[in-house]
Ligand binder design. Structure first.
Ligand code: GLV
Length: 322
């Protein structure tokens, strides 16, 4: 019987699937992320064969060395920047993620943020609830039309492509994109126009949506200089990872009117926010919930469990990272 440690409670379907496949499942009893010290302590004691980790767990050399019996860390997340890939490779440790789980939902959430900003939904809601609405006014809370405007996508994996699909077919927008490799399917399916640099997309886009994984190459991809290239009337949407945006530079840009607004589901210093961010009227913030539906969370639980089951059956896990 293989022993697995699950670092925080996840939907029961994933745990049940593991138990049905003869795993002895221990779930952390704490309703919060474990600190690295706590995780190391549990792993040292437990003699586990595998760990089902969350994006909030830093799985680095220290953690791997504390648990040499752990042969696989299966992330319950699409992103995997919490893994030290080089350390895992050097130790022959397997890493997996859950790329299909919740991807479509993240695209829907990105659209939720776009619409909240361009229709001024949050501002309107606050306005009414504060008792300020005294009757229809032709000059009240003007938003931004989307039809015919350009959505800029940075990173056209599954989520980026789903956002582009909705832009083209739902909101009649043009799509401009940058990716490290050209995405001919996106061009064919949605008439997307490829630009060779991020800067070129920023110049033409009315809404910019970020869909890149976090790596050394994408950390602060949106910095002061790049924010300054965006149109003054444009919006920035981030549902990828917080550190892809220099959040202090963003606060400054929003304050000075360098761009019109931002919709953020992820934050550079999560769960902390850069100073001043929460006070700005032209931002809409959500607490890293882009994939938070019951269906998406269950899909993620099943994918993580299936990766573990395949691995211990001696097969290549469906969502192998290294
Ligand atoms: C959420 O951010 C995920 O990576 O699944």
């Amino acid at each position: 019987m293989k022993k697995i440690f699950v670092t925080r409670r996840i939907p029961e379907n994933g745990l049940a699937l593991l138990r049905e496949n003869d795993f002895a499942v221990d779930v952390s009893s704490k309703n919060r992320p474990l600190t690295k010290r706590e995780l190391i302590k549990v792993l040292r004691k437990g003699n586990y064969d595998s760990v089902l980790s969350l994006l909030t767990d830093a799985i680095d050399a220290e953690v791997m060395d504390a648990a040499p019996s752990v042969k696989i860390f299966a992330n319950y997340a699409i992103g995997f920047n919490n893994f030290d890939l080089a350390a895992a490779k050097a130790r022959g440790v397997t890493l997996t993620n859950t790329p299909g789980g919740g991807a479509e939902r993240v695209a829907e959430h990105a659209w939720g943020l776009i619409l909240a900003l361009t229709c001024r939904i949050v501002e309107g809601d606050v306005y009414i609830k504060k008792g300020k609405y005294k009757g229809w006014d032709p000059m009240l809370l003007h938003g931004t039309n989307l039809a015919g405007k350009t959505l800029g996508i940075i990173g056209t994996g599954r989520i980026g492509a789903d956002v582009a699909h909705r832009a083209r077919n739902g909101f009649m927008m043009e799509v401009a994109y940058y990716d490290i490799v050209r995405n001919e399917k996106l061009e064919k399916d949605f008439g997307a126009v490829f630009y060779q640099t991020v800067e070129e997309v920023l110049r033409v886009a009315d809404v910019v949506s970020l869909h890149v994984p976090l790596s050394d190459a994408t950390r602060h991809l949106m910095n002061k200089e790049r924010l300054a290239i965006m149109k003054k009337t444009a919006y920035l949407i981030n549902t990828s990872r917080g550190p892809v945006v220099d959040e202090c530079a963003l606060v400054e840009a929003l304050r000075r009117g360098v761009i019109a607004g931002a919709g953020l589901d992820v934050f550079e210093f999560e769960p902390k926010l850069a100073k001043g961010l929460a006070k700005l009227p032209n931002v809409v913030l959500t607490p890293h919930i882009a994939s938070a539906t019951e269906l998406a969370r269950k899909e993620m639980a099943e994918l993580a469990a299936r990766n573990l089951i395949s691995f211990f059956e001696g097969k290549t896990p469906p969502n192998l990272i290294v």
